[in-house]
Design a protein around this ligand. Structure first.
Ligand SMILES: *[C@@H]1O[C@H](CO)[C@@H](O)[C@H](O)[C@H]1NC(C)=O
Ligand SMILES: *[C@@H]1O[C@H](CO)[C@@H](O)[C@H](O)[C@H]1NC(C)=O
Length: 393
């Protein structure tokens, strides 16, 4: 063995021993005086500073509502009842984000929510309840679950795929760099699954992943790689009355069972941001938190309405979808100028491009599936992983 071969062998050994992620760890955020800079609209370091250097009194308080899980005849009327007819201070309808999962989803109703100006985000095809599944998923499986779901959603709900931009991981179980690479390579532009407890007050604003984030890692594995222009929308933890953190309102302890308790929980957490650095305040829940026949579900819905009524009394508070919030963060303007801010202007109801939905029936894995789809005919197979459009015969 000559010296060169020995060198190559040792090099190969050493480079295999070094952790692979080491090589691709994102650089630290540039500071003043560095040659590199990170500037809006494309780049923002993870921080609690208000975008555009605005003062907190000039900053509109953004409130993000989101609902995870399938949209169907059980929860659609509740969403309409909760959201219909509510306006932001500029006269535009409020908008929220639905993280939709495929199983038992009604694509006609999904289309109707989209038409009303709400955002449709991705919550996976299988929505597996196993956190182990999501934690150890490889990149091609993340692509099949999320990136392929965008094409599935675009087809079955007849929505432009360009309007489907973001995702939330089921059970908030992200997959670190494996997941981030899949989303980044799949042209998804943001994700919102990472709770923060340490950066709650003042609150952590959404940031891009050009540089290493300083966000706490509440649910490992967290990404450390470089994903230029890809946004993380942190889930700032709420605090339940037992003082423990709850990224989803569902997880607050004790679970509120009256309208009053629900309202007070939301209001006190809202004020932590509103009276602080006005980082977007998230009211994130699954539909299961509000949907059920027991009186406590009705009470929570009433509590949400009381909270929305309360927000409507403030001229500097806007309820917008996550993608609309990101438009503001990219190009921040004072709330007094918001009437001229194009991305938040009133849109009205879009045309119905799901006039004749198909009711499709399938035998799938030993049971039946019914699916409402906005397609001209039913896909020949039940749409699923590796066959997201149901076209493979
Ligand atoms: C599609 O959804 C709309 C809105 O709820 C509803 O009026 C319509 O009946 C639905 N179509 C079918 C075929 O279910
Ligand atoms: C990813 O995981 C799936 C399911 O476990 C497996 O079939 C596939 O071969 C894996 N892909 C790679 C590139 O490892």
């Amino acid at each position: 063995m000559d010296k060169f071969t020995l060198f190559v062998l040792i090099f190969a050994l050493v480079s295999n021993i070094l952790p692979k992620s080491e090589a691709q760890t994102a650089p630290r955020c540039p500071v003043e005086g560095d040659a590199e800079t990170c500037d809006l609209p494309d780049c923002r370091c993870s921080s609690t500073s208000i975008p555009g250097g605005l003062d907190r009194s000039e900053t509109p308080q953004i409130v993000l509502f989101s609902f995870d899980s399938a949209v169907n005849v059980n929860n659609y009327p509740m969403y309409i009842d909760l959201l219909e007819g509510r306006k932001n201070p500029n006269g535009a309808d409020i908008s929220v984000t639905f993280f939709v999962s495929h199983e038992y989803n009604d694509y006609n109703l999904t289309h109707q929510l989209y038409r009303l100006g709400h955002e449709i985000g991705l919550n996976s095809i299988t929505r597996s309840s196993s956190t182990d599944y999501w934690r150890s998923l490889n990149e091609s499986m993340w692509t099949a679950e999320i990136v392929d779901q965008r094409e599935q959603m675009a087809l079955l709900a007849n929505i432009s795929s360009a309007d489907i931009k973001g995702m939330r991981a089921p059970q908030l179980q992200i997959g670190g760099d494996t997941m981030y690479s899949a989303l980044y390579n799949g042209m998804i532009t943001w994700e919102s699954s990472r709770p923060t407890w340490n950066m709650r007050q003042p609150g952590l604003w959404p940031y891009t992943n050009d540089y290493l984030s300083n966000q706490d890692c509440q649910i490992a594995p967290c990404p450390t790689g470089e994903y230029p222009g890809f946004w993380t929308v942190p889930m700032i933890d709420l605090i339940g009355s037992d003082f423990s953190p709850c990224p989803l309102v569902d997880q607050c302890n004790p679970r509120p069972t009256t309208a009053e308790a629900t309202f007070l929980l939301l209001r006190s957490n809202f004020l932590d941001q509103y009276l602080g650095n006005r980082a977007p305040f998230g009211v994130f829940s699954t539909s299961a938190f509000l949907q059920g026949s027991l009186p406590e579900f009705e009470a929570r819905r009433e509590g949400y309405k009381l909270f929305l009524d309360f927000l409507a009394t403030m001229t500097d508070v806007h309820v917008v979808s996550i993608s609309k919030a990101l438009e503001w963060i990219k190009a921040p303007v004072a709330w007094t100028e918001i009437d001229d801010f194009v991305p938040w202007q009133p849109e009205g109801v879009h045309e119905n491009y799901c006039n004749l939905p198909r009711s499709c029936r399938y035998d799938f894995q030993g049971s039946e599936r019914y699916m409402m789809a906005c397609t001209l005919s039913c896909p020949p197979q039940y749409p699923w992983l590796f066959n997201p459009l149901g076209q493979n015969i």
